[in-house]
Ligand binder design. Structure first.
Ligand code: SF4
Length: 330
């Protein structure tokens, strides 16, 4: 029996490294997509995972869904390593909702077939009871049962994302990995889907890992926020703390990008001085130093430690008292 304090989902020092070949005759080099990630989610939490494209968010989603194995470290569900879980049982407990509902739904299958598929794969019920479950979940996501015979191409982007949500929830999972679930939708539809996800979380006591490059979207739904940069978590904070007292220079730049005319486009380079670095050759010291407005000499030479503070965790020399004391003495 697990303690009630056991996180429902935990990553312990998870690293994922790929080998990448540069050019036809180039040498193979390691690319570290995740570098020592430790995170915990308690039941009913919504952890917003934020960062630019290429920071490792999608690699983390694949590992959590059991689609890839970490190179080192552990992922635990209710305190048990997911490597030891039966794949089908893991799929029952953790379900994904992806960015583009059009490409994630089979265009040749009817809406009924798409939503019923997980029930069939898990041999749950007979045809009649499966149809009832499909009708019930359609109602929950706000779609009429007349769409059961439709195909994805006959539905709008918002309706397709509702179908994708219905498919994810029909098995009554405990954890949902939402990978940019609104970024392919019109702005007017985005807030409807975010509101729906919020309602479903309360109704079904769901725990979300909510991946997004857009802090404004995360603010809407998350209870905690983790900001990723080049495979590392550089700040973790409550959502109030993140938006009221952002500490890390990168999180501050992300917040400023929300105030641009087109926040959905992510972080414009003008906010950070230069483009996102090549993850195969990450900068020395603090990986963020070439783009950081608060950079000092030590940042170029020494990687910052992760500091536990009263408001969360942060990885920056500015918030390391030992480093700051040494700089004052020097
Ligand atoms: Fe900026 Fe230095 Fe902090 Fe890195 S360690 S975020 S370069 S101030």
């Amino acid at each position: 029996m697990n303690s009630p304090d056991t996180p429902i989902l935990e990553l312990r020092d998870v690293t994922k490294t790929y080998t990448v070949k540069q050019g036809l005759f180039g040498k193979s080099k390691p690319l570290t997509a995740l570098n020592g990630i430790s995170l915990q989610l308690n039941r009913s939490d919504v952890l917003g995972l934020v960062g630019e494209s290429g920071c490792g968010k999608s690699t983390m989603a694949k590992i959590l869904l059991g689609l890839e194995a970490p190179t080192s470290g552990q992922v635990l569900v209710d305190g048990k390593p997911i490597g030891g879980e039966n794949r089908l049982e893991l799929a029952r407990r953790i379900q994904p909702i992806f960015q583009d509902p059009y490409s994630s739904l089979n265009p040749r299958k009817s809406i009924e077939d798409i939503i019923a598929l997980p029930l069939r794969v898990h041999h749950i019920g007979d045809e009649a009871s499966r149809l009832k479950k499909v009708r019930d979940i359609l109602d929950v996501v706000g779609l009429p049962s007349r769409v059961l015979t439709n195909y994805p191409s006959q539905m709008s982007g918002g309706q397709r994302q509702r179908v994708a949500i219905a498919r994810a929830l029909v098995m009554r999972p405990e954890i949902v990995i939402c990978d940019e679930p609104t970024s392919a939708l019109d702005v007017s539809v985005q807030s409807q889907i975010l509101n729906l996800l919020g309602e479903l979380r309360r109704e079904f006591n769901l725990t979300y890992l909510f991946i997004s490059h857009d802090l404004a979207v995360v603010e809407h739904l998350a209870t905690r926020v983790a900001v990723m940069y080049l495979g590392q978590v550089v700040e973790e904070n409550s959502v109030e703390g993140m938006f009221v007292q952002t500490r890390h220079p990168y999180s501050k730049a992300l917040l400023e990008s929300v105030l641009t005319p087109e926040p959905g486009l992510g972080v414009p380079d003008t906010h950070l001085g230069m483009a996102y670095p090549n993850p195969i050759e990450p900068p020395s010291g603090c990986h963020f130093h070439p783009r950081c407005a608060a950079v000092s000499e030590i940042c170029k030479q020494q990687a910052p430690r992760t500091q536990l503070t009263t408001y969360g965790r942060i990885k920056c020399h500015l918030h390391d008292e030992t480093v700051q004391a040494k700089l004052v003495q020097a």
